[in-house]
Design a protein around this ligand. Structure first.
Ligand SMILES: [Zn+2]
Length: 253
């Protein structure tokens, strides 16, 4: 790294690296970091859709549940003052990688994918929230968002890679914090056990650069949870809980 010349702004992002040059306080104001900015735009993703129904049990299809819950979630978040985009707002098929691409393109602050779970062991029930264990960013974005190419004096592949590494590892830490907030809120509202927050390698998570989570709202393979998920009032509770989790996460920033 010693022969790479970077600006003070890029140095802020490199501050986590052993070889990073010293960072001055004035330089640290010139860049903002993902996950540490006020949350304004949230992209929500209804799992599955169209020819892909997801899991089906007790007459419920995952693609219908996720669409209904995300519509309700959008209304809750909009009422809380966020700008909200949905990857799909009707019954259509969307390839997995097109979902995080919507969030990346719109430079969203958070990405939330909603799914319902199933297990061969029908007694299994509860909610789970996943965050990305690994991040892979497509070549469509050459530089992390909010970094001005003009601020980076020598935009070599190495510099670009280091910038991305710093942004993505910070994003993963924030994802895990957001997952905990949502898990707590779901448990409190639904009285359903939160089976935990875990790192996972889901495509929808690893291709988004901003803090991202995937919420499994319950097991349709469990008779009691399927009955609950079949009720609009319960889906409304889920939407409220996810929104509360997001608000408490956003307020903490
Ligand atoms: Zn699913």
């Amino acid at each position: 790294m010693s022969n790479v010349v970077i600006s003070a702004a890029a140095a802020v992002l490199l501050a986590g690296c052993a070889a990073a040059p010293p960072v001055t306080p004035s330089a640290s104001r010139s860049l903002v970091s993902p996950g540490l900015v006020p949350v304004r735009t949230i992209v929500i993703d209804a799992g599955h859709g169209g020819k892909d129904p997801g899991t089906s049990h007790y007459g419920l299809r995952e693609k219908d549940l996720t669409l209904d819950i995300t519509r309700r979630l959008k209304a809750e978040l909009t009422a809380s003052g966020f700008s909200v985009m949905m990857t799909r707002d009707h019954d259509e098929f969307l390839a997995l990688s097109r979902r995080p691409a919507v969030a990346n393109r719109s430079q969203a602050d958070l990405f939330v994918s909603v799914h319902a779970n199933a297990n061969r062991q029908r007694q299994v029930s509860g909610v789970e929230v996943y965050y990305p264990r690994q991040s892979v960013i497509g070549s469509s974005m050459s530089l992390p968002p909010r970094i001005d190419a003009a601020e980076v004096d020598a935009l070599t592949t190495t510099v670009r890679q280091v910038l991305w590494d710093v942004v993505l590892s910070r994003s993963r830490r924030e994802s895990s914090a957001m997952a905990r907030h949502i898990c707590r809120a779901l448990q409190a509202r639904l009285g359903a056990p939160c089976r935990g927050t875990r790192g996972a390698r889901f495509v929808v998570l690893r291709e988004a650069w901003m803090p991202s989570v995937l919420v499994e709202v319950g097991y349709v393979s469990n008779r009691k949870e399927a009955q609950q998920l079949g009720r609009a009032s319960y889906r409304q509770l889920i939407a409220k809980a996810i929104a509360e989790g997001l608000v408490s996460y956003a307020n903490r920033l």
